[in-house]
Design a protein around this ligand. Structure first.
Ligand code: SF4
Length: 947
């Protein structure tokens, strides 16, 4: 074997023995032999492919690089991918399960064993299930890192206990998409676009950074123009043709002005609008006495958006009128090749932020670019989630801690309000799992979470399942170390481009050992210390909850190959690969491999387009034998009849076609829609069309929002008084090099990014009297924090911004959070609900097994701003609206870097103010808690939707 040059990636036929010269031995030519094993990055949701280089001499992973056989990332990673090796070797990682021995939060721990952990939790959960307290077990996830696994576990347990972080992340953006088309994420086909519009660049800068960013550049290289609407000059905005620094919260006004221009100048896609928008429903509901024609609908649209002139949008946003008009025209001319995206920032920051994504999707609908080449698809058209064996039925249980009556339309769980709900006595948690989730630090109002977690009446038993120490784990009863990217199995797929793929995360050293004849029964046997993988944890726990199978739980964790025996994790994935992934068995057979062996070899598989098409799936014709013949003919005749006389066509097989809307139902469930005399699948909405008009919003208490509109944000310009030193704070933006809390254990990433100063425009800095590096006090509704200023033209005047990444802290000299990233602090509660944090010491070099820990050169750890934010639940979507009205002033002499002050009484007042903005719908004649068609991540039985 000779050493090849490194111009390209090692070819798979040489992955079993890849040879390189040892760089450290230079100038001698010393060969190093590696085995290359693919896995999937766990450092953001994008699920890029990694290749682990296992040193054959030591049996340890030497480094991670990109996997060119991964269809999403195509061999490329952001900085966070290769930094996985830091996480493997982090000298402060937790290697053994820990149990609290003092009071919660006191920081006293002892090592325990997994048997004790599993028995403790199994006993507690079994009791809750047997005693029908099935809303008292909660699994609260930050980074899922898998597709469908936990939903199956919770379904098998028959509980309503899935809670997520989405309420602080994306549920506003999701709601805007969901209300249009029934699917709550967009998937832009950037590579084939002619015009790309990003409202904030959150995903492209820091979240799906790598897969989306590389396709944006690909599109640009083919001639696409890029516009980024973001008050902050992000990395992506810096690459744009147009940086549109809007006033935060004004984005929907700008987008609706663009929509109006496209309508007035007749740049819209008439055919798409006529066929796929529920305009008939709008006209019938809102203008019943007028001509029910498409042309009249367009006239009505122009009227509806009459106020959204370029002048108005410019006043609201601060953009130039010419720029709004110019970009609107370019979007109109891009037509079906208009790609658009929004995620956090504008949608996540503002009251009514869901109207931003809704207005953006409006542009996609107007241009007919939904699911086209170069357009934007609903995400599920570009994602593939295979089904496992034996799916549990949905449970007949509803947790009002997750979906309370005030928020019947909430797109995800009301996660941020959990401490308030428990305090109000709406329930309690018998068992609470936080998994790769750190609400004390990540969520707003972190002191409310500390108070909740230290209250043993509210939370009886809490386990933090985490690969690394974090602020929330400090308040747990058990800290359970779980594997990182190369130490676990997961199946993942993401909407990275116009295509569908699956990626297989696998425990690298387990695979390595097994290939070399060393059997491994559980992944922890190959991982460092006793680090488990979650998949196996849940199988073991489920067997202990239901040891004899009498609860009906165990069956879901029995092998599909060995009747009645415990499922192995290899069998779980083997079954999926053999049965649920179109094209995989054939591709594997071509290489004389089993499907599992194929996935172990390549780590990813691209579903052939002929097996899973990705474009214009709404146009898929319904293939129901019952629909052939008379029922279709009858429906066609109905659609041509006068609206008032249209009957319902009915077949003997339970299929009905509504003569007015064309909606096709089977046994009462919407399955498709008639369009121009043909039966199509359409979209998963009540009308099976794009819902410009949402009868749901009207019926559920929000008639003024039945159509896309513009809601004045809580930080609308009129709410900010510059004369009084008030500013709008953007606290949401990401850096491309960090992850929420998990990058704390990646030394390279901390070396690159180790401060979160407050961005201030030079004009504002002059007014405040500060320069870069000076301390400023940022005062919110409930407290303040003290941070350094960074004076830059990369932020619009009147707005300040602070990255949410840093400000990690620990209460113990050497435990609680990684020392690469955290400050040692004092945190205390005073009488009357006052909390104060003071940094005792910033980041310092320290001795460890890693000599780099003694070479740390940065000294500050950033400032934890989220503690000073009260909850702002949007009354419709439930999403926390992150932006803050603040005052910014030079810090007084008594302030120190990192000081945090919080008044819990004020936090309670703000919570009460926001929750009174809701419109509960508890007196409905159908007794529904929530529209049946709306999604939930874990969906209980339809019967549970009724009160
Ligand atoms: S974008 Fe970066 S962090 Fe996210 S999965 Fe890819 S390599 Fe990992």
């Amino acid at each position: 074997m000779t050493v090849r040059d490194l111009a390209s990636c090692p070819p798979p036929e040489r992955w079993h023995d890849w040879v390189e010269y040892d760089a450290k031995a230079w100038p001698r030519k010393v060969e190093k032999h590696y085995e290359i094993i693919p896995t999937i990055c766990f450092n953001c949701e994008a699920a890029c492919g990694l290749m682990a280089y296992v040193d054959k001499e030591t049996g340890r992973v030497k480094r991670f690089e990109g996997n060119p056989y991964h269809p999403g990332s195509r061999g490329r990673n952001c900085a966070k991918g290769p930094a996985t090796i830091n996480q493997v070797n982090d000298p402060e990682r937790i290697l053994y399960p820990l149990k609290r021995v003092g009071k919660r939060g006191e920081g006293k721990w002892e090592r325990t064993n997994w048997d004790e952990v599993l028995d403790t939790f199994a006993t507690k959960i079994r009791a809750a299930i047997v005693e029908d307290r099935r809303d008292e077990v909660m699994y609260h996830v930050g980074r899922p890192g898998h597709d469908g696994y936990m939903e199956r576990v919770l379904g098998a347990w028959g509980i309503d206990g899935h809670n997520s972080h989405t309420n602080v992340c994306s549920s506003n953006a999701r709601f805007g998409y969901h209300i249009w088309c029934g699917i709550d994420r967009p998937s832009p086909d950037h590579a084939n676009a002619r015009f790309i519009l990003l409202i904030s660049s959150h995903l492209e800068t820091g979240h799906y950074f790598n897969p989306q960013a590389q396709r944006i550049i690909e599109g640009k290289m083919k001639g696409a123009k890029l516009a980024v609407m973001d008050p902050r000059l992000s990395n992506t905005a810096s690459m744009a043709d147009y940086w549109l620094a809007t006033w935060p919260g004004s984005e929907a006004a700008v987008l609706l002005a663009m929509a109006r221009i496209i309508l007035v100048e007749k740049l819209y896609n008439r055919d798409y609008m006529r066929r796929w928008v529920n305009w008939q429903e709008y006209m019938a509901a809102e203008h019943p006495d007028e001509a029910q024609t498409f042309d009249h609908f367009i006239e009505r649209l122009v009227d509806l958006y009459a106020e959204f002139t370029p002048t108005f949008a410019a006043q609201e946003s601060g953009l130039a009128e010419e720029a709004i008009v110019d970009i609107a025209r370019q979007i109109g001319h891009a037509g079906t090749a208009f790609a658009a995206h929004t995620w956090r920032a504008a949608s996540a920051g503002n009251l009514g932020g869901w109207q931003v994504s809704r207005a953006l999707w409006f542009l996609s609908v107007l241009t007919g670019s939904v699911g086209t080449a170069g357009g934007t698809a609903p995400y599920s058209w570009n994602k593939f989630v295979p089904t496992p064996f034996l799916k549990p039925p949905p449970a007949d249980v509803w947790s009002e801690l997750l979906y309370p009556p005030e928020y019947p339309l909430a797109n995800y769980e009301l996660s941020i309000l959990l401490p308030y709900f428990l305090k109000e006595g709406r329930g309690k948690l018998s068992t609470y799992f936080t998994r790769v989730y750190n609400p004390v630090w990540t969520n707003p109002d972190g002191t409310a979470w500390i108070e909740m977690l230290t209250n043993e009446q509210q939370v009886e038993l809490h386990a933090a399942l985490t690969p690394t120490w974090n602020e929330t784990a400090w308040y747990a009863d058990y800290v359970l170390p779980m594997g990182i990217a190369s130490e676990r199995h997961d199946l993942m797929s993401q909407e990275t481009h116009a295509g569908r793929w699956i990626g297989f995360r696998q425990p690298v050293l387990r695979v390595y050992k097994e290939r070399h004849g060393e059997p491994v029964h559980y992944t922890y046997q190959a991982n460092p210390g006793e680090v488990w993988e979650e998949d196996e944890f849940w199988i073991e726990l489920s067997w202990r909850i239901d040891p004899d199978g009498s609860l009906g739980i165990r069956q879901y964790f029995e092998s599909p190959y060995r009747s009645g025996e415990k499922l192995t994790i290899e069998e779980y994935y083997r079954w999926i690969f053999e049965h649920s992934v179109p094209g995989l068995p054939e591709a594997a057979a071509q290489e004389q491999l089993s499907p599992l062996e194929y996935m172990r070899k390549y780590g990813a598989f691209s579903i052939p387009q002929e097996k899973a098409p990705v474009y214009q799936l709404n146009e898929k014709e319904l293939q129901l034998p019952e629909l052939q013949g008379s029922i279709i003919d009858l429906a066609r005749a109905d659609m041509q009849a006068d609206a008032a006389q249209r009957p319902i066509s009915q077949s003997s097989s339970g299929i009905q076609v509504d003569g007015q809307s064309g909606v096709i139902t089977r046994d009462g469930v919407n399955i498709g829609v008639m369009v121009d005399g043909k039966a199509y699948e359409g979209f998963p909405t009540p009308s099976r069309k794009q819902e410009f008009y949402s009868a749901t919003l009207k019926e559920w208490g929000w008639p003024e929002y039945a159509t896309p509109g513009y809601i004045h944000s809580h930080v609308h310009r009129s709410a900010i008084n510059a004369e009084r030193g008030e500013y709008l704070l953007i606290p949401t933006f990401r850096l491309p090099t960090l992850i929420h809390t998990r990058s704390g254990n990646a030394k390279w990433l901390n070396e690159i990014s180790n401060a979160n100063p407050v961005w201030i425009h030079p004009l504002d800095a002059e007014r405040i009297g500060v320069q870069s590096g000076d301390l400023v006090r940022i005062t919110t509704e409930i407290g303040y924090y003290v941070n350094r200023a960074w004076v830059t033209q990369g932020i619009r005047p009147g707005v300040v911004a602070c990255s949410h990444h840093m400000g990690r802290w620990r209460l113990d000299t050497s435990r609680g959070a990684d020392r690469w990233t955290s400050a040692l602090v004092e945190l205390g509660k005073e009488p009357d609900g006052i909390w104060r944090m003071k940094q005792i010491e910033g980041v310092r070099p320290y001795q460890s097994d890693d000599p780099d820990s003694a070479r740390i050169f940065w000294r500050e750890a950033g400032v934890h701003q989220n503690l000073t934010f009260s909850v702002h639940p949007d009354p419709v979507s439930g999403m926390h609206c992150w932006h803050q009205k603040v005052t910014v002033a030079a810090a007084p002499p008594e302030d120190s870097y990192g000081d945090v002050f919080v008044d819990r009484r004020k936090a309670q007042e703000v919570y009460e103010r926001w929750i009174t903005m809701t419109r509960p719908q508890t007196q409905r004649s159908d007794h529904l808690r929530r529209p049946l068609w709306m999604i939930r991540p874990y969906r209980p039985a339809a019967s549970a939707f009724k009160q």
